[in-house]
Structure formats: C-alpha cells, structure tokens
Design a protein around this ligand. Structure first.
Ligand code: NAD
Length: 541
C-alpha cells in the first residue's frame, strides 16, 4: 500500500488533430486505414486475460462496403459468459487490494497509448467498422476516450479526498469500496469512447467487469482491449465477451453476485434489463446499481432574434455529423416563420457542398449508416414522408445501398407538429423541421417540451436575452444537456458532463465524478481514541 498522498497529473482535454488536407496526420491515418482495410482480422474474446476462440465464426463487413470482408469474430455462448463471471469474481480480491495509484497508473498509461502509438489504429478501426470520417473518429475514439481515462483518474482522487469532519477525540473516515460482486457493461455501436469508458470507469474504482460490446463495434472493441492489456490491466478485471445480448443479460442479471449495470444503448433494451433486475431482486447479495444512458429526440429551438447562419450551421452539423447516429443528434427543429426563408437559403447553400461517401476520402462529411436495419428504417421514414399529406422532403431523401448503406442528409418539412418523424427516434441523417408562427413562441416552447418522451439534448438559438431566459426555464426538464447558440452535440468530458433524464436515461453524467460515485459503496469509519469506560451519561446524575 502507498506511503504517500500522491497527486495525479492534472487532467486536460486532449487536443483534437485537425487533419487538414495534405497534413502528415491525415496521410498517416489514411495509410493506416488502407492497410487495415486489406488485413483480414480475427477478433477473439478476452476472458481471464486469455484470447478465446470458438467454432462460431461471424463475418465482419464495413458499413461503407457491405461486400468487403474485414475478417471474422468468434461468437461465444453462455459457457463463455459463465467463464467471464468466474474470471471477474476470481480477480476481485487482488484487484480490490491493489493501491489506487497502481490502478490509476494503468488507465493513465492507456490514455497515453491511445494518444500516441495506438491513435491511428483506434481511429482507423472506428472509421472502417463504424463508418466515421477522420474528424468524427478523432473526436470520439481518440480524444473522448483519452479524456475519459485522464479525467476519471482525477475524479477518482477527488472522490477519495472527500472526507467527513471529525469531532474532538475521534477520527471519521470514508472509504470508497468497490461494489461487492461483479459489474456488467453493455455498450452501443456509435461511440468507441463509450465502449471504452463504461467498463474502464467501473474497473478504475476497483470493480471487476464483464463487458459485452455491440457486435457492430467489435473491430474497435478489440483495439481497446489490446490497449488495456498493453497498459497492464490484470487478467480477469475486464472480460470481453461476444454473445447474444439478450441471453447474456438473462444469464448475468440472475447471478447472485451481479452488483451493477452500466448500459448505453436504446431505451427499450434498457427498460427490458431493468425489468429483469426487478424480477431477480430477491436473489442478489446487494442491491445492484443501475445506470443507463439511452435514446433521444434532440431539438433545436429557434427564436426570431436568432442569427440565421448560426442556426443553419447548427442544424447541418448537429443533425448530419456521423449520419445523425449520435444520441445527441438534432432531429427536430422549430423555426419561426419570419426566419424560415433565410434559414432555408443558407441550409440549401451549405447542403449543396456536403459530400457523402467512404471515410477513406476525408472530404466526405457524411458516411454510411451502420447497417441494413438502420438503412431500411431511414428509408421507411423517407418513403412515408414522401406520401404523407403532413410532410414533404425538402432536401435529400435518396438512399443507396448498392455498395454501402448511404442515406443522403434529409430534411423533412412537417406541417403537423406531431408527425411521426418529429416524435420518434430515427437515429439516422434525417432532420424534421416545423415552422411556427412568431407570435406562438411561448406555445412552441411547450410543444418542444411535450413532443417526445426523451430528454437528452437540446439547443436554443436567440440573440434576445429575455427569450433565452424564457426558454431556459420552459425547457428546464426537456434536456439533460442544454445548449445556447450552439449545436446540441459534441459534449466534451470535464466540460459538459453528459446524460439525459425521462426516457433518455438515469442521467448519471458520463465523464464526471457523479458517475464514478455509482460504482462505489461507501464505508463510514469512526475511530474513538479514548473509549468511554462507563455507560452512565452525565444526565443520569
Ligand atoms: P442497442 O440498444 O441496440 O444496443 C446496445 C447494446 O445492447 C449492444 O451491446 C447490444 O448488443 C445490446 N443488446 C441488444 N439487445 C439486447 C437485449 N435484448 N438485452 C441485452 N442487451 C442487448 O443500441 P445501439 O443501436 O447500439 O445504439 C443506439 C442507441 O443508443 C440509440 O437509441 C441511442 O440514442 C443510444 N445511445 C445513447 C447514448 C446516451 O448517452 N444517452 C449514447 C450513445 C447511444
């Protein structure tokens, strides 16, 4: 154990590489992409520090070219989930007894590995497997993941430093114990950083973890595991399994030692898991912690005083970056009639220059959606809007899956404020716009608040400070991350802790001390230096 009260390095956000055309950075990243594109990968599970292969080989392709075989991954079954639980529980005591500085060092080292030697590889795996362009891969797979690792180490020490006061003659302490049992991390396809953060932040606090990544993010998941192994993460602390999500959840959520769920993904899946936990509540050793960040229907609300270029830019970036597949993506915009013609002109001019295609060409702003299901879902919304008397396609609308799953950035103009594409999470490059009468600003704020069950992100654009204040209050519960004169995406670790309420999740703010608090169980310790020797208090005479 440590004989010093160490200070961890002061966390700062990783500078984002700009990848300007012709720069060394972009040349290096694209050449890594091309090399990896030709390799045939073979992705295994990692259980108790060992590479695990099975006979069930699943082909991996890329969203931008579904005929191109990247390689295979080995799918596991419930025997592997059992083995992962056993490995986690087996590693628990030693990991729990390791000093926090040793744990911190592993994750700080992992951050440096991502920042340096693994940066191109992790970014390229994200570009190939999840269809992100150079910028989207950089801000996610590298910068956000590095930030999570560095800031969480700092937040961990902040938390450990929070200690109670002590009266004369006694010493009070708080000890931040890991949860008693093992934790379960279930991660989505759309952010490599989230896939890395969910298991690591629990492990950082001394927990042992079974991690099930999305089968659509498996390529970059393996790179994360390689990094953690090289950083010195001991065997069994994080066990990565590729098995059916529902079966895995059923198995794990029945286990008496299950102690915490860290989930990010869709609302329906999370609610199903919460229900399973409820059904099994009588058999756990301890009440499990449940953290879930889920869906969104994120808004842009525009006041007549707003700057038109800022609004159009917020819409294009907010709705179409990463093909609208960010949980925070703007998917509904409310524009006052007096501004609409001007906003439309700027939107048209900007969208005319937007290029769509493979991330291999860094000039493509829009890439492919993740898979056929997503492609068909987007196409369905577009086709129904084409036929609907409540909606029209204003921009885009073309879908082409001949090579990859490409859906043009699409704007649906809806005359009915409750039209399906304004209310439902689509998770694709489709933005629905509703034009409101300027004098109905206050009613429209109410509409924004009440239109969807979600409450993840939202943005208000206005120059008028009274209008900003009014929206700030009226939309108090409509978004967990609220933006003023900015797009509703791109939260930065340490700067805008991220998470939503209502159907969008438990709002435990990834990338903050609040989140880490969920993965510890505090022990309060009182030590009395000179113990009383008689039961009689003074009042007894
Ligand atoms: P998803 O719910 O389909 O999958 C998430 C994870 O759950 C995957 O690992 C998947 O394999 C697993 N899974 C699927 N069905 C399961 C089941 N029945 N039981 C247990 N596990 C199961 O989500 P996705 O398509 O990967 O990601 C997109 C969704 O995630 C969107 O709804 C988006 O809004 C949400 N999301 C939210 C946030 C946030 O911070 N709020 C961040 C990213 C993504």
């Amino acid at each position: 154990m440590s004989k010093a009260i160490s200070q961890v390095p002061f966390a700062i956000n990783e500078p984002v590489r700009t990848y300007e055309p012709g720069s060394e950075d972009v040349k290096s990243l694209i050449s890594t992409y091309k090399k990896m594109w030709k390799e045939k990968v073979e992705i295994h599970m990692v259980i108790n520090g060992k590479e695990v292969r099975t006979k069930n080989e699943i082909k991996i392709t890329s969203p931008q070219d579904h005929q191109h075989e990247l390689g295979i991954y080995y799918k596991g079954d419930m025997t592997h989930v059992d083995a992962a639980i056993e490995a986690a529980l087996g590693a628990r005591e030693k990991w729990n007894n390791l000093g926090w500085e040793q744990r911190a060092a592993i994750f700080l080292k992992a951050a440096e590995l991502v920042a340096g030697p693994y940066r191109d590889r992790l970014n390229a795996a994200t570009m190939i497997g999840q269809s992100k362009n150079v910028h989207q891969a950089e801000i996610d797979a590298s910068c956000e993941f590095i930030d999570f690792l560095r800031f969480n180490v700092e937040f961990m020490t902040d938390l450990y430093s929070e200690q109670p006061v002590s009266d004369a003659g006694i010493w009070n302490r708080s000890e931040y114990r890991p949860l008693e049992g093992f934790c379960f991390a279930v991660t989505p396809f759309n952010f490599t950083a989230i896939a890395g953060n969910l298991p690591t932040c629990m492990a950082m606090m001394g927990n042992v973890v079974v991690w099930k990544p999305s089968d659509k993010q498996i390529y970059s998941a393996q790179v994360i595991m390689d990094i953690l192994t090289e950083a010195g993460l001991p065997a069994g602390v994080i066990n990565m399994v590729f098995a059916d999500g529902k079966d895995t959840a059923e198995k794990i959520l029945k286990h008496p030692d299950f102690a915490g769920l860290h989930f990010t993904g869709s609302t329906k899946v999370f609610q199903g898991m919460w229900k399973m936990i409820g059904e099994n509540i009588h058999q756990y050793r301890t009440y499990p912690r449940i953290v879930g960040e889920t869906g969104g229907k994120d808004f842009i609300m525009v006041h007549p005083s707003a700057n038109v270029e800022a609004v159009a830019t917020g819409m294009v970036r907010g709705a179409f970056e990463y093909q609208g597949q960010k949980c925070s993506a703007a998917s509904r915009a409310y524009i006052p009639a007096s501004l609409w013609e001007d906003v439309k002109k700027v939107l048209a001019a900007q969208l005319k220059t937007v290029k769509m295609g493979s991330p291999e060409d860094p000039s493509n702003f829009v890439n492919a959606v993740i898979d056929k299901n997503s492609f068909d879902k987007c196409k369905g919304y577009i086709e129904r809007a084409e036929k609907s008397s409540d909606a029209e396609i204003l921009f885009g609308g073309k879908c082409d899956d001949s090579k990859g799953y490409f859906v043009e950035p699409t704007i649906i103009l809806a005359s009915n404020a409750k039209y399906e594409s304004i209310c439902e999470e689509i998770f694709g490059p489709i933005l629905s716009v509703y034009i409101y009468k300027d004098e109905e600003w206050a009613e429209t704020l109410k509409l924004v608040d009440e239109t969807s069950p979600y409450s993840l992100t939202g943005a208000i654009f206005a120059q008028d400070r009274y209008a900003i204040a009014e929206a700030y209050k009226a939309l108090e519960n409509a978004a967990g991350n609220f933006y003023i004169n900015d797009k509703p995406t791109g939260a930065v670790v340490g700067q805008q802790p991220f998470g939503g309420a209502r159907a969008s999740g438990t709002n435990d703010k990834a990338g903050s001390k609040m989140n880490l608090l969920r993965w510890v169980s505090v022990r309060s310790i009182k030590e009395t230096f000179v113990s009383p020797k008689d039961y009689k208090y003074p009042y007894l005479g």
